[in-house]
Design a protein around this ligand. Structure first.
Ligand SMILES: [Zn+2]
Length: 203
């Protein structure tokens, strides 16, 4: 049976309200009494039994809050409920947001670093291939020359001509972005492959 669009819309609108009400109920007698002491816990990712916010919502990052005078009582908030909690204890909620933002910035920096390491490795691999093909093309060209033979035109063009000589890997310009250096090597790799391949068919 198809759920009418209007009903689905109501469901979506009611879900946050439902969780907010569940949170207020969990933080009896008064959410404003529960204090935040600066902790943030990674609850991990588990599809079977995810950690849950006091409101019942599955979450990843936990912010424990305590009801003073009752050390055994602790509740944990998820990032969404920080907003509900902010209505009761804005300063504590702001500290939670700060920790969350700092952690997100750290994750973003780690991700950016990993991406950079990966693209540097890709540049190194392209450079190596460029060097190998440069060597292969010159060797082949020298083979003709040393034998007193005329090298195929495409090979001569790529290796020894003034206008068409393919630059070697060391001539790579100083690019700021690794992707540009990789593309530069790839362009010359393609030219060397074309020269070596068509040299096979040349007379
Ligand atoms: Zn919640």
């Amino acid at each position: 049976m198809k759920i009418p669009a209007l009903e689905r819309t109501i469901d979506r609108a009611e879900a946050p309200a439902h969780y907010a009400a569940a949170l207020i109920a969990a933080l009896a007698p008064d959410p404003a009494l529960w204090e935040y002491r600066g902790e943030m816990i990674d609850g991990g990712i588990s599809a079977l039994s995810p950690p849950r916010c006091a409101c019942g919502h599955p979450i990843r990052w936990l912010f424990p809050i305590y009801l003073p005078g009752t050390p055994e009582l602790a509740a944990q908030l998820g990032s969404t409920c920080i907003l509900h909690y902010a209505a009761y204890r804005p300063d504590d909620a702001a500290r939670m947001q700060e920790r969350l933002a700092a952690m997100e910035a750290e994750l973003a920096a780690a991700l950016a670093k990993a991406r950079r390491v990966k693209s540097m490795a890709e540049v190194a691999a392209a450079r190596e291939r460029h060097a190998a093909l440069t060597g292969a093309a010159s060797e082949r060209y020298e083979y003709y020359r040393s034998g007193g033979l005329r090298a195929p035109r495409s090979l001569w063009w790529a290796v020894a001509s003034r206008k068409g000589a393919v630059p070697g890997p060391d001539e790579c310009p100083q690019y700021t972005r690794p992707a540009d250096a990789r593309r530069w090597h790839e362009k010359h790799i393609a030219a060397l492959i074309a020269a070596l391949t068509s040299a096979l068919g040349d007379k």
